[in-house]
Write a protein that binds this ligand. Structure first.
Ligand SMILES: Nc1ncnc2c1ncn2[C@@H]1O[C@H](COP(=O)(O)OP(=O)(O)O)[C@@H](O)[C@H]1O
Ligand SMILES: [Mg+2]
Length: 318
């Protein structure tokens, strides 16, 4: 069998911004293979931008490795980034430039052949539906237009890999749809896409696979299809006569086959591997431990509850 090519591979990344500060990435490993559209989902502060900045070599990992198309991004950044287009944070520093000026500048940064530049700029501006404003000052653009321009910048050199950090954040529904359609169009061309979002709906709508991130750790990594199955089939709703304690939640969470535990008004919701054997052992353990169980039944919490249970509700999803 032909070896699967994975244009993005990160291995055991740790990040601590300041020597005395907290560790914000705790050994993240991710493989993204050719043609995949992968969502990187996590609440604010979970480490999405930090990861993306390490992949694109804007900041250095404290330890760990990033390979882009098999090339070490720290050792050979220029070569590694040659086939990457990235959208990272929305800068306001280009206000006095026009799209044509901005894109011409970046075309040179990307070392694009001189005679292709003018035509390619016209092409990408048409692709993001901004042809009419190619010579207008960027400062006068709406947030949606600016975001589309940044996507034009990311796809300018026709990269195979697109890395997009919160591409729809701050946009209105129309802007969201426009950017989403643009991303899907790029994906349809066979590009590999890695996009971050704090919105579950965004990733479940756009991506094939989702990586759940919380507090700098990966909590789940699976296809949207499998995650949907897990969210609906792998849930047990346990009702208890006594109130739930933190210790109880920790204990249940530590049991074999349990993904996460969340408190609800009558007891706990347990997300587990879906194995009947696990369910059997769980029920036995709860009773043996002395928890006053009065009902133990499968539940359909749906994707939203699954997300909350994995992320913990202390941070929320916004
Ligand atoms: N330049 C920085 N210096 C120190 N800490 C930072 C810096 N950038 C981000 N952090 C911290 O790293 C953690 C992850 O942040 P970030 O990657 O921006 O998360 P996200 O993009 O998921 O919102 C947060 O706790 C944040 O406060
Ligand atoms: Mg961020």
């Amino acid at each position: 069998m032909e070896k699967e090519t994975c244009p993005i591979e990160i291995k055991d990344l740790f990040k601590q911004y300041d020597k005395k500060g907290p560790v914000v990435m705790h050994g993240i490993s991710i493989k993204i293979c050719k043609g995949e559209i992968v969502g990187y989902l996590g609440p604010n502060g979970s480490g999405k931008t930090t990861t993306i900045k390490m992949i694109t070599n804007m900041i250095k990992p404290t330890s760990g490795k990033v390979l882009v198309n098999g090339i070490d991004a720290q050792k050979y950044p220029k070569k590694a980034m040659k086939h990457v287009g990235a959208l990272i944070e929305v800068p306001g520093v280009y206000d006095y430039l026009t799209p044509r000026e901005l894109l011409t500048y970046f075309a040179k940064v990307y070392s694009m052949p001189k005679k292709e530049i003018d035509l390619r700029i016209i092409e990408v501006m048409s692709e993001v539906k901004l042809s009419a404003v190619i010579d207008k000052k960027i400062g006068s653009f709406s947030t949606g237009m600016q975001r589309r321009l940044m996507i034009a910048k990311a796809i300018l050199h026709d990269p195979d890999i697109l890395i997009l950090d919160e591409p729809v954040i701050g946009l209105d529904p129309k802007g969201i749809k426009e950017v989403r359609d643009l991303i899907k169009k790029q994906a349809a061309k066979g590009k590999t896409v890695f996009l971050s979002s704090h919105l579950l709906s965004e990733v479940s709508e756009t991506c094939d696979r989702v990586i759940f991130l919380n507090d700098g750790k990966i909590k789940e990594d699976d296809t949207v299809e499998n995650i949907n199955i897990k969210a609906t089939n792998n849930t047990i709703d346990v009702s208890l006569l006594t109130s739930v304690t933190e210790k109880m939640i920790q204990h249940i969470g530590s049991l074999q086959g349990v993904t996460s535990v969340t408190k609800d008004n009558r007891g706990v919701i347990i997300y587990y591997d879906g194995e009947p054997q696990t369910s059997h052992v769980l029920l036995n353990t709860l009773i043996k431990t002395g928890y006053k169980v009065y009902s133990f039944k499968p539940a359909d919490g749906g994707l939203e509850d699954f997300y909350l249970s994995i992320m913990g509700d202390e941070k929320g999803v916004n």
